[in-house]
Design a protein around this ligand. Structure first.
Ligand code: 5GP
Ligand code: ZN
Length: 141
């Protein structure tokens, strides 16, 4: 049986930032989204782009909210271009994927030449049969 997946109980640290009950270094805000500096940055300028609607996962957001979130992500990335030519955008969904704050968010992580965690040395080429199984599962809407 799978181990239980941690679920964030209220209160939520990101909701506290959105409501200004907790401080944050905000770099972008609109009616639906906010972006602020990560408190434990991987690199200089590590940002979090967060919808104001509380939901643990991207799939918890409505169509308008996710459109607004991508708009905010795009605007933040445009600004990150000022400090770094290279960056990663990441979303951790679920505890096994490393999610610790269960209010959905994108990480924008500028890269200056340090080891990139998205390029592990243990990668193997995609297996053809496995690829067909995955396409059969994932290509349907
Ligand atoms: P996750 O692992 O859930 O994708 O990432 C959560 C991120 O939120 C972590 O990188 C962590 O450093 C950041 N974080 C957690 N609590 C706070 C906080 O109170 N303020 C800010 N600015 N970042 C936080
Ligand atoms: Zn929240």
């Amino acid at each position: 049986m799978d181990p239980p997946v941690a679920v964030q109980e209220a209160p939520c640290v990101f909701c506290d930032i959105i409501a200004r009950r907790s401080p944050a270094h905000v770099v972008y805000e609109d009616d639906h989204s906010i972006a602020f500096l990560d408190i434990f940055p991987f690199t200089r300028g590590h940002l979090l782009v967060v919808p104001k609607h509380h939901g643990a996962r991207l799939t918890d957001l409505g169509a308008g909210e996710r459109t607004a979130l991508i708009h905010a992500l795009h605007e933040v990335c445009r600004r990150v271009d000022r400090i770094a030519t290279d960056y990663n955008v990441a979303l951790n969904a679920g505890a096994r994927a490393g999610q610790v704050v269960f209010h959905v968010h994108f990480h924008v992580i500028p890269r200056y030449g340090e080891v990139n965690p998205f390029q592990p040395r243990s990668r193997k080429p995609l297996d053809g049969a496995e690829a067909k199984r995955l396409v059969a599962e994932l290509a349907v809407p």
